[in-house]
Design a protein around this ligand. Structure first.
Ligand code: HEM
Length: 603
């Protein structure tokens, strides 16, 4: 297949910084009121927030009309929640508390070692400055700024862990104030609802998990991340030794690392590209946003809607307790979201799942599908890579099929100024960027409401409907389903040649994500959209990557619809689960003061 002819380049910037035409504003999906192009936040009825004693910004915005965004408490929020550790090495350890009094002593000590959002932000900014956002980044991927050698620690507790630590103290009744039923009941109890196998003999059934199944639920999850593995291991050794000496038991421990400098997961696709841009400020200094802004302020409302091009900004209450959520108007803060006790402010729910990946099975599926399709009209010459790109929605490099439907290009895949700049409802366009930044030049993504290019069932479309209409509404519905992913691969890569596998299939993703509601965000994405053959929109089918349909035994057949040229449809079918859950838990990641003053407190 060749590049589709006639792709419009009229909105592209010409290198050298000259715009050949005035950039066309993105055609916003107007299912949300108050977001019409050019409408100022003031016109949309924005009200300043000072509700519930939360220190919301009264400060000058960087632009007269930009929304007032709240300060996030950088010394309270754990750093893996925001901005995310995103280091090349990660380790997790799941523990149980046997002796509560001694565990509290340990927790008080660990609390002083937790890496905060403010600390992580500083180091992340150094990495960004070092690698830049432009095309030169390709050569700098995988390199670190001189002297950077962080080893960071975060902690989270399950409802069982909280129950032990709160019991008999001043906050004894507070566990019941956590509104989320998923969190209250735990991952193992919710596993069948996520579509995991219900057959107790299946590997993915909680009965067989390495931890987190019945009777093996963790109280505590430690997450460690480091620039260099040696330092990470050293810190983990210290923390583990202290935990064991304080009477905690290690249930499970595993490390993960980047497979290559792009950050591909085991199926071979660049992961960790699209993250919601968390709105909010670290300080009152102009431009001191949690999520850096790249769209030129002369381009409202896009400059107020996006961090990186195509990266929608989402109000922090969707992820961190005690901050405003999304409202109908994305430029207006919604209600403050505190779905737990007062001390849960600045905390976030953490979902951790150990997902084993059947790489050989996935490769066989795309190869056999390509072979079966390639002789058919509309699919002439399709390759396994082409099928894989339809199943994921991106090529191995990360280049979105919405921008390059017929071929991969690593330069697009690793360009943060371009690799997420697409929607599904409307044609996307290029905006001028700040500070001389320039995205590489590729065809603009075209509106794809029916999924002819990026199928409705493509993984990235199942878990983020972007601005397109979906069964729950439009953009706002997508915003309140977003998650902050913090995953890394475990196990060695499977070589290209089939044959001997020293890891015996034991490789996959240490999947972790943060959100303000496990039910409405992580669980909903799994069972509401990815595990539904019809939602968020038809003609769809199942998310073939996550691969679950909730049916026990051998009736786990999954299918999805994809399109060849001329909008010819075809159905992909498999009986195999390429991703098998093998452990995990639901946790709450408290603020630093909640750790010290509530959970480690003796009363
Ligand atoms: C082993 C299992 C998984 C694999 C191999 C996988 C792979 C990928 C890849 C390659 C991408 C595209 C790159 C990117 O935007 O980061 C992606 C995006 C994404 N994945 Fe997964 N994923 C897995 C599990 C999950 C799970 C369990 C969820 C939870 C619902 C999830 C949610 C997402 C989200 C929200 C995105 C971003 C979509 C967007 O905004 O465009 N993934 N994943």
């Amino acid at each position: 297949m060749t590049e589709r002819p006639g792709v419009s380049r009229r909105h592209l910037l010409i290198s050298g910084g000259l715009a050949v035409t005035a950039p066309l504003r993105r055609t916003e999906n107007t299912d949300d009121p108050g977001t019409r192009s050019g409408q100022s936040a003031g016109e949309s009825g924005r009200t300043p927030l000072s509700a519930q004693g939360t220190p919301f910004s009264e400060t000058m915005a960087d632009d007269g009309h930009a929304p007032d965004e709240p300060y996030l408490d950088g010394d309270e929020i754990q750093g893996n929640v925001v901005p995310g550790f995103l280091k090349p090495y990660m380790a997790v350890a799941a523990l149980t508390i046997d002796d509560v009094a001694r565990a509290k002593g340990w927790l008080a000590d660990v609390a002083s070692r937790i890496t905060t959002m403010a600390e992580a932000m500083e180091s992340r900014a150094k990495v960004r400055d070092h690698r830049g956002l432009g095309p030169e980044r390709l050569n700098l991927l995988g390199t670190l700024p001189p002297g950077l050698n962080d080893a960071w620690l975060n902690i989270a507790l399950s409802s069982g862990g909280l129950s032990k630590l709160l019991s008999g103290g001043n906050h004894a009744g507070d566990l019941g104030l956590f509104a989320d039923q998923g969190f209250q009941r735990g991952l193992a109890a919710r596993s069948s609802l996520l579509g995991d196998p219900t057959d107790p003999s299946a590997e993915g059934n909680p009965a067989n998990w390495v931890f987190g199944g019945p009777g093996r639920e963790a109280d505590v999850l430690l997450i460690l991340a480091a620039d260099r593995e040696e330092k990470g291991t050293r810190v983990l050794d210290e923390v583990r030794a202290h935990a064991v000496a304080s009477g905690l038991t290690i249930l499970y421990e595993e490390s993960g690392r980047k497979l290559n400098k792009i950050g591909q997961e085991h199926f071979g696709f660049h992961d960790g590209i699209s993250q919601p841009g968390v709105r909010g400020r670290l300080s009152g200094f102009p431009g001191d946003f949690i999520t850096p802004r790249t769209i030129d302020p002369s381009c409202p409302p896009d400059a107020w809607l996006y961090g990186l091009p195509g990266q929608y900004l989402v109000w922090p209450g969707e992820f961190v307790f005690g901050y405003p959520r999304s409202a109908a108007d994305p430029l207006t803060p919604g209600q403050v979201n505190l779905p737990g006790p007062a001390w849960s402010r600045n905390g976030s729910y953490l979902v951790f799942r150990r997902l084993r990946q059947d790489v050989a099975g996935f490769r066989a599926f795309v190869a056999e599908s390509a072979e079966g399709l390639s002789g058919r009209p509309g699919f002439e010459g399709v390759t396994p890579e082409w099928v894989g790109a339809r199943v994921v929605g991106r090529w191995p490099s990360g280049a979105p099929v919405s921008r390059l439907p017929y071929r991969d290009d690593i330069a697009l895949g690793v360009d943060p100024l371009a690799n997420n700049n697409f929607g599904f409802a409307a044609d996307a366009a290029e905006d001028p960027l700040v500070g001389g930044l320039k995205a590489g030049q590729w065809p603009d993504a075209k509106a794809d409401p029916l999924g002819l290019t990026c199928p409705m069932a493509a993984h990235i479309r199942k878990v983020n409907a972007r601005e397109a209409a979906n069964d729950l509404g439009g953009r706002r519905a997508s915003f309140s389903r977003r998650i902050l992913r913090r995953s890394l691969t475990f196990g060695p890569a499977l070589g290209e040649l089939s044959g001997h596998d020293p890891a015996n299939g034991n490789r996959g993703l240490l999947f972790a994500c943060y959100q303000a509601s496990i039910e409405d965000q992580f669980e909903f994405l799994c069972n509401g959209w990815a595990g539904s053959s019809k939602r968020p929109r038809s003609p769809s089918g199942f998310d073939m990557v996550l691969g679950q349909n909730g049916v026990p035994g051998d009736r786990r057949m999954r299918s999805c619809t994809i399109f060849g040229s001329g909008a010819v449809p075809a159905t992909l079918v498999t009986m195999s689960d390429f991703v098998v859950p093998t452990g995990g838990g639901y946790f709450f990641s408290p603020s630093i003061s909640a750790l010290k003053e509530v959970l480690a407190a003796r009363r």
